[in-house]
Design a protein around this ligand. Sequence first.
Ligand SMILES: [Zn+2]
Length: 276
Amino acid sequence: MKTNTSRKTITKSWIIIGIVLTTILMFYMREKFEAPSVKIIATEQSKQIAPKEQSEVIKEEPEIEKKLSIRPLGKVVYLTFDDGPSQLTGQFLDVLKEHDVKATFFMQGANLQNKNFQDNVRRATSEGHYVGAHSMTHNSKRLYTEGKFVEEMNETIAIIHEITGENPKLIRAPYGSVPGLDNEQLRNQIVEANIKVWDWTIDSLDWKLKNNPYQIVENIRNGTTRDIEVVLMHEVRQTLQVLPNIISFYKERGYKFGVYNDFLHFPLNFHNDKRL
Ligand SMILES: [Zn+2]
């Protein structure tokens, strides 16, 4: 009698465990299928394969594709600062630190070579900011017409590595990927070099608002309409001046501050080229 009862109890327990496990598995599968993601992106595997074969691989491996291209959930703003390092980098880092905000910098090789700026480049990465590349020369003719884009980006990345020990893969194309990277051959070279390109969702136009810094905040405020925003700014004095206002604006709107991460990449370029 006693044995019988305990056998029944054991059987019941197994059934309950089975139900629980099935529920967990179903829930997990549902999450996976419903996860928001960009439709097509080169997978880790397909990076090693010629571009022509990629579409085939993507069809067969939708799960891998999703895992590697998930956008963050909720409202996230990425503050980005181009054209540094500069005399102002340290002050930008001070303001960001004071407000406990992380940002993404795209730095120029020529400025990175300035030894006076290098301590702040190191400080940026050690304080959790991302330092990506923005070419050596910023020269449109050299980068796009003469096709030195990848060469210059690789050189800039190598300098960042030398200074910080980091190995960033994200770059920002000077003047944006349109029209610069209209040439598909250039984009193919970028894919082959395993480099990623981010444009922006909001252009603050800060560089031309030297005498009207509050218009920078207005431009950003007016441009903020999406859950994921990537704000283009520069290491210039007028932006530094209103940076606390920009940070307050996003905090009031309930945004979290994202910092780019090579391992959680999602495509964001004007060409809508999912490989970048
Ligand atoms: Zn620039």
